[in-house]
Design a protein around this ligand. Sequence first.
Ligand SMILES: Cc1ncc(C[n+]2csc(CCOP(=O)(O)OP(=O)(O)O)c2C)c(N)n1
Length: 337
Amino acid sequence: MEPTDQHSFSIDDDDIEAVDIEQWLQMYEQMLKIRLFEEQVNDLYKTGKMPGLAHLYVGEEAIAVGVSDALRIDDYITSTHRGHGHCLAKGAAVELMFAELLGKGAGYCRGKGGSMHIADPETGNLGANAIVGAGSGIATGAALSIKQRGTDQVAVAFFGEGAMGQGLVYEAMNMASLWKLPVIYVCENNHYTEYTYYREVLAGELHDRPAAFGIPVLKVDGQDIRAVYLAAQSLVERARQGEGPSFLICDTYRYYGHHVGDINRGYYRSQDEEDDWKNKRDPLKLLAVWLTDQLEVPSSVYEEIEQRVAVEILQGVEFALNAPFPDPSEVHENVYA
Ligand SMILES: Cc1ncc(C[n+]2csc(CCOP(=O)(O)OP(=O)(O)O)c2C)c(N)n1
C-alpha cells in the first residue's frame, strides 16, 4: 500500500457490522467465480481451444465485486480489456461469457466481440472496451443521460492506472465535475501498464489529478473487499443524491501476465513481488480469514461454495465448447447497431 494521506479510506466498525454474513459470503462466491472463470480461460488458451488472447483479472477480484455489490442492476458500468471480472460481478452469465470468448453464436455479442468487447445491457454493462480510457467517456455520457432523464441511477467507469495517461479521462472528469454527473471513476492501480511500472510513465500522484477538478478521491486497499465495498457504497450514495462525481483508487495487483501469453515477467517485475502479493494479499484468502476468525464461519461453508462454483464453471465451459459457431452467412449481422 501507498503511505496514508488525506484520501485514504479507513473502515468504520459500525459500517462493517451493518453488513450481514450472507452478503459477505455472496461476495466471496462472486470473487471465486471470477477466479475459477479466469483460470479456465487460461486453460482454454493453453490448450489451443480459444482464439486470440485474454487479459486475466485474477488478483483484482475484490474491486469488481466490491463495487458491483454497492450498485443496483439498473446502474451502469463500463469495462476494459481486462473486463471479465467486471462483467461477471455485474451479473453476466458464465456460459454466455465463455461462448463469447470461444466465438460461438450463443455468446453475448454472437461470438463477434470476443474477450475485450463483452456488453450486456440487461445487467447495465455498457461494454468492455479495448481502447485504454475509452470507458470513462462512455460512463460519463451515461451519467449525463441519467441526469437528463432524472433517475437516481449511477454510472461506474472501471479502468487501470494506464488510463490516467489518456486525455479523454480528463475531458470526461472536467465535464462530470462541472455538470455534477452521477459517475464514479474506479481506477484499478495494479502497478503495471503492460510491462512498465506506473511511476515511470505517470508523473506526480494519481490522487492529485481528480482533485484538481474538484472531484473527491478515496484510496482503498483493493485486496480488502470490505474496504472496497464500504468506500463504493459511500460514493454511490452521494452520486444518487445528486452530489456529483467521485474517484476511487484501488491498490491492487494482477497475478498473471498482462495477457495470457505474458509468461516470462522477470524483466519487469520480480518473482518475490508476485509471491508476496499472492501469499499475503490474496483478496479471497483475506476475506475468508476474517470471516473465519471474526464471524466464525466454518470451513464446510467454503467447501460448499467451492463445489457450487466449480460445477457452474465446468457446465459453462462445456456449454460453450459444444455450442455452434455462427453461420458464415451471418458475418455482417450484429456488428453494428
Ligand atoms: C489508447 C490505447 N493505447 C494503447 C493501447 C495498448 N494497451 C493495451 S492494454 C495497455 C496497458 C493498460 O494498462 P492499464 O490501463 O494500467 O490496465 P491493466 O492492463 O494494468 O489492467 C496498453 C497500453 C490501447 N489498447 N489503447
